[in-house]
Write a protein that binds this ligand. Structure first.
Ligand code: ARG
Length: 458
């Protein structure tokens, strides 16, 4: 009975078929095969070096595992649900192919520290891949910012026209966000990059293992310091899911703006046809599916964070089977974040800018009213009085259906005698943006400086 199971010794009855299916993780954890094999090879070499298993066995194990790796990659490996997960699928196949030696591999190890190792190895590589995609997106944004440095658009607060800004300044705001996302992931990597192997099931092992040697082989700069924590900890995965959620939040805000900017009311940008679809009934439609979908996918990434936080909530130490539920949310977030970043970088690169529409909108809605107030302040008026005077001018414009730049000098002087001929040059949208020449401001000089800083990797 149950002798096909690696843990079948104390059982007399076979596992119920449905229980087997219900408890198996092989369908989703098979993607850890590479990490599982890499970890097992490092473990076997250490066992050999320490004289825990014979060196001939180590050779047989390493060779056997390499063959399994090839079979999996060639698609000829038969994964079995009754072998539950990737760890036991590989180990059982190894023993079947090399015999005795294969059965020595699991000495001084448990699936509990093994799975923790596999996930850390996997996530470590995926974080590096995601960081590369972030860099691609940043590069696409910097290129657009460089190519459109002269484009002025309305800046909004409350989605109401506020002040003119450079379009490049707006793009650079996203560059800042994605740089923080990258920094968050790189910081999370420090906690991912710790070797848990050697914790055994929960208490360590009776064999004289050399954890440092395993860490060295697997490129871990540190090892876990408490065996209970090593097998219970999924903080590193949660941190990643949190960093991924914040990143998706940024992408969703950007998506929302791209969707808005592509509407016929705005017409600030045009997404290339490859990133849009048409409507089956309305012939004029070109729908921004890609940003819509990225905005939508943000929901599942938040859900994944909530799911794992909830799985981990109140779990007693150490390993509990609940923790097998860590993988699907993790994998889903990895896939979603990678896919979203990749498609976004391409979409941004191909996006066309309608500079004329942006500039026109930048001058609407009394966007330079603050510049008029600042002008009066420079002429000696206290800011509050200046605010009041310009407020009156705006009211006058609304009543007469005019914009500020249509007022004559005589009309300006209805609101303050400080107004002179130089008011006209002070309230163009270009003058408005160029005047904000403080670090972090929207002046061309500042924005160009920031683009250059980013290009230099700062
Ligand atoms: N498939 C399991 C998981 O993903 C591996 C660890 C199983 N450990 C155990 N004691 N049942 O969590």
């Amino acid at each position: 009975m149950s002798k096909d199971k690696l843990w079948g010794g104390r059982f007399t009855q076979p596992t119920d078929k449905f229980v087997e299916e219900f408890t198996a993780s092989i369908e989703f954890d098979k993607r850890l095969y590479h990490q599982d094999i890499r970890g097992s090879i490092a473990h076997a070499r250490m066992l050999g070096q320490q004289g825990i298993i014979p060196l001939e066995d180590v050779q047989a194990i390493v060779h056997g595992l390499q063959q399994i790796l090839q079979q999996i990659e060639a698609g000829t490996f038969d994964f079995s649900i009754s072998l539950e997960d990737i760890h036991m699928n590989i180990e059982a196949r190894l023993s079947a192919s090399i015999g005795e030696a294969g059965k020595r591999l699991h000495t001084g190890r448990s699936r509990n520290d093994q799975v923790a190792l596999d996930i850390r190895l996997y996530l470590r590589d995926e974080i590096a891949a995601i960081v590369t995609y972030i860099d691609l997106l940043i590069d696409a944004l910097l290129t657009q910012a460089e190519e459109n440095l002269d484009v002025v658009m309305p800046g909004f607060t409350h989605l109401q026209t506020a002040q003119p800004i450079l379009f490049a300044h707006h793009l650079m705001a996203y560059v800042e966000m994605f740089k923080r996302d990258r920094a968050r992931l790189e910081d999370c990597l420090k906690r991912v990059n710790v070797l848990p192997l050697g914790a055994g099931a929960l208490a360590g092992t009776t064999f004289p293992i050399d954890r440092g040697y395993v860490a060295e082989q697997l490129d871990f700069p540190a090892i876990t310091r408490n065996s209970l924590d090593a097998v219970s900890d999924r903080d590193f995965a949660l941190e990643f899911l949190a960093a991924g959620s914040i990143l998706m939040m940024h992408l969703s805000r950007f998506s929302e703006e791209l969707i808005l900017w592509s509407t016929s009311s705005f017409r600030f940008i045009e997404l290339s046809d490859g990133f849009c679809t048409g409507s089956s009934i309305m012939p004029q439609k070109k729908n921004p599916d890609v940003p819509e979908l990225v905005r939508g996918k943000t929901g599942r990434v938040y859900g994944n964070l909530m799911a794992l936080l909830t799985v981990m909530k109140s779990l007693p130490l150490a390993y509990n089977k609940d923790m097998q539920e860590d993988k699907e949310p993790l994998f889903d977030t990895i896939d979603t974040v990678k896919g979203s970043l990749k498609i976004f970088a391409d979409m941004i690169r191909e996006m066309r800018i309608n500079a004329g529409n942006m500039r026109k909108a930048a001058g609407d809605g009394f966007s330079t009213a603050t510049d008029v107030a600042d002008y009066l302040v420079r002429k000696g008026l206290p800011f509050r009085d200046a605010h009041e005077a310009v407020g009156n001018a705006v009211k006058y414009c609304i009543e007469n259906e005019m914009e500020l730049d249509e007022l004559s000098l005589a009309e300006w002087q209805l609101f303050s005698l400080h107004f002179a001929d130089d008011i006209f040059a002070a309230i163009t949208v270009e003058a408005s943006t160029d005047a904000r020449n403080v670090p972090g401001g929207t002046a061309r000089e500042q924005v160009w400086g920031e683009i250059m800083r980013c290009r230099e990797g700062k």
